[in-house]
Design a binder for this molecule. Structure first.
Ligand code: PLP
Length: 388
């Protein structure tokens, strides 16, 4: 028999496992860890949403739904997108309910990429972007962002990265891991370049509900952009529903029709009870979203101020639940910093380099933890810095 490795596709073999995992695994075997590592809400999904799923099961709704998702849910998503983000979508033809934002990203990329196509990816970014582009046969063109620009994509950098093979820009706002939120005028400047070079935008807006200072602007709401945007969103972050695995895409009819083929052959449909839960989340869950958002804002203010007081320079992130402070002053690499902090003080953070270009010299700290945990983390980080 050949070696096991020889059976594994080269495209899969060459992809490294997620850099975040290594720190989860290390932390999992330790007692008393304060974890700022995970990218998920510490809130439990609201009771009425859980109840809606339970009730759907009691009523025996246990079969497949339409491939694109329950039409009631797609209508609720269309209303939500119109009311919250001024983006108009036809629930019959332009919305697909997916198994999380993750699947939404995957079907978007697999639908548009031909072998060798380039996708311009704004980094530091969510760890899945590069591997998903590669698995779809595309090439990543990384565009780094800098702390001095609050990690905002500079339009001229985008223009420099574009080649005749570039098909789309993949961008996330508010961003994981930097927390950067792009304002309307930032988006407009980016969209001018996108239109000039006739590109698509894959806009990952999964943190849209977690925008603390100014309202979120959706790419799809800007003039002339709906027809060139594949919007990624979902329930994981804003609605505290990570384990339900429910997301959605909004995209022009032709693209949605093509994405539906990929979705249909891989996923068939998203989980049925989760879809019933999501209808309730959209119809009656916005108050809870607001409460969680207000709580995250308080934690952000405390945590980011404390990091700066420790001498770890950190811009004030406009959204998501991540702080991305610089650790350059310590002389350590981000990997060394994260490893030593975990081993000596049992605080888990993620080294910035795992998020791509521009991430080295920073660490990602999720502040989706209680204020007490955040206070404890700051205390331990202070001790760690003093020990260096
Ligand atoms: N996009 C971004 C930017 C994320 O941070 C995440 C999760 O961390 C996802 C997409 C995937 O979300 P989901 O859990 O809905 O698959």
């Amino acid at each position: 028999m050949n070696t096991m490795k020889s059976y594994i596709a080269k495209s899969v073999d060459k992809i490294p496992p997620s850099g975040i995992r290594k720190f989860f695994d290390l932390a999992a075997n330790m007692e008393g860890v304060v974890s700022l590592g995970v990218g998920e809400p510490d809130f439990v999904t609201s009771w009425s949403v859980r109840e809606a799923a339970i009730s759907s099961l009691e009523r025996g709704y246990t079969s497949y739904t339409a491939n694109a998702g329950l039409i009631e849910l797609r209508r609720a998503i269309a209303d939500y997108m119109r009311e919250r983000f001024q983006a108009e979508y036809d629930p019959e033809q332009e919305i697909i309910v997916t198994s999380g934002g993750s699947e939404a990203l995957d079907i978007a990329l697999r639908t548009i990429i031909d072998p060798g196509d380039e996708i311009a990816v704004v980094e530091p970014c969510f760890v899945s972007y590069g591997p998903l582009v590669q698995l779809a046969g595309g090439n990543v063109v990384s565009i780094g962002t800098l702390a001095q620009n609050d990690f905002k994509l500079q339009p001229e950098e985008l223009e420099r990265a574009i080649t005749p093979k570039t098909k789309a820009l993949l961008i996330c706002s508010p961003n994981n891991p930097t927390g950067t939120q792009l304002a309307r005028e930032d988006l407009i400047a980016i969209c001018d370049i996108v239109k000039k070079y006739d590109l698509l935008v894959i806009a990952d807006e999964i943190y849209a509900e977690l925008a603390y200072d100014i309202p979120h602007t959706s790419f799809a709401s800007l003039e002339g952009m709906k027809e060139r945007t594949i919007l990624i969103n979902g329930f994981s972050k804003g609605f505290a529903m990570t384990g339900w695995r429910l997301g959605f895409t909004c995209a022009p009819k032709e693209i949605s029709k093509a994405m539906l083929k990929v979705h249909q052959y891989t996923m068939m449909c998203a989980s049925t009870p989760a879809q019933y839960a999501a209808i309730e989340a959209l119809q009656n869950g916005m108050e809870y979203v607001e409460e969680m958002k207000n709580d995250y804002r308080r934690r952000r203010n405390f945590f980011v101020e404390s990091l700066n007081e420790l001498g770890l320079d950190c811009h004030m992130p406009g959204g998501a639940f991540y702080a991305f402070p610089s650790i350059k002053g310590t002389g350590l690499s981000s990997e060394q910093f994260a490893e030593q902090l975990l081993l000596s003080e049992k605080v888990a953070v993620v080294p910035g380099h795992v998020f791509g270009k521009g991430g080295e010299g920073y660490i990602r700290c999720s502040y989706a933890s209680s204020i007490e945990q955040l206070q404890e983390a700051i205390k331990r980080m202070k001790r760690f810095l003093a020990s260096l």
